[in-house]
Ligand binder design. Structure first.
Ligand SMILES: [Zn+2]
Length: 234
């Protein structure tokens, strides 16, 4: 019996697009491109240029996936949805954050970050402004969802803690695009903020069981899976 090779796509390579302090990831598949995260609203020109250089256009970008609803990941998603007519996918747990910017209060994951949060509270963009970054996702992703129908041999792993709707994307090659559940600004560590420390720790414990080799964080470069943090301190 011959195997239908189109039903099991080869693992698609992806590239990191550095948008200043935050990353987006561009996945190249036989069917076109997928974009994971979109930077802050101001990074549109830079992101569009990076996509153009990779050959990604409005015609061949199939899906934008948000690892979570924070503004440094959501920033340009509405441009793709409204201007490029590309569907945006996210976990339902971050719907309020994505559609209004409202969400539960969060705390820094270190004493320094807790102090920094108090001194410099986050300013929310205007919901009703014409250039508002907020949107309603076209598609909700859930734990275990398979992305092979988009030509990418990867699955969704729900990992609440940083936010309720944080997800990671685990590829068949063992790459784990993890959003802000981990970061690597100076060294591998947890994300800077936590919405729920208990949930965050359960997520880290569960992530340690995944068949992953390399972690690709929302902030900073890739690092070996063994360096994934085991706990956040509340
Ligand atoms: Zn972030």
């Amino acid at each position: 019996m011959t195997r239908n090779s189109t039903s099991v796509p080869a693992p698609a390579p992806f590239s990191r697009i550095s948008l200043g302090f935050v990353n987006a990831y561009l996945v190249h598949t036989p069917q076109g491109f997928l974009l994971v995260d979109t930077g802050v609203p101001d990074s549109w020109d830079r992101l569009r240029d990076a996509l153009a250089a990779a050959g990604c256009t409005k015609e061949n970008l199939k899906l934008v996936i948000l690892t979570h609803g924070d503004m440094d990941h959501l920033g340009c998603a509405r441009r793709f949805q409204r201007d490029w007519k590309v569907p945006v996918a996210a976990h339902r747990g971050d719907l309020a954050l994505i559609s209004t910017g409202e969400g539960p209060k969060r705390r820094g994951t270190s004493p320094f970050l807790r102090l920094a949060m108090r001194l410099r509270p986050f300013r929310k963009p205007d919901l009703d402004a014409p250039d508002s970054p907020f949107l309603t996702p076209d598609l909700f992703l859930a734990d275990g969802d398979d992305l092979r129908s988009y030509g990418w041999d990867a699955r969704v792993v729900h990992g609440p803690g940083h936010t309720a709707g944080s997800i990671a994307l685990l590829t068949a090659d063992g790459d784990l695009i993890i959003g802000d559940t981990a970061s690597n600004m100076t060294r591998p560590g947890p994300g800077m903020l936590a919405e729920d420390f208990d949930e965050y720790n359960r997520t880290l414990a569960a992530f340690h069981l995944l068949p992953a080799r390399t972690v690709h964080p929302g902030h900073g470069g890739p690092f070996p899976f063994e360096k994934l943090p085991r706990r956040v301190q509340g």
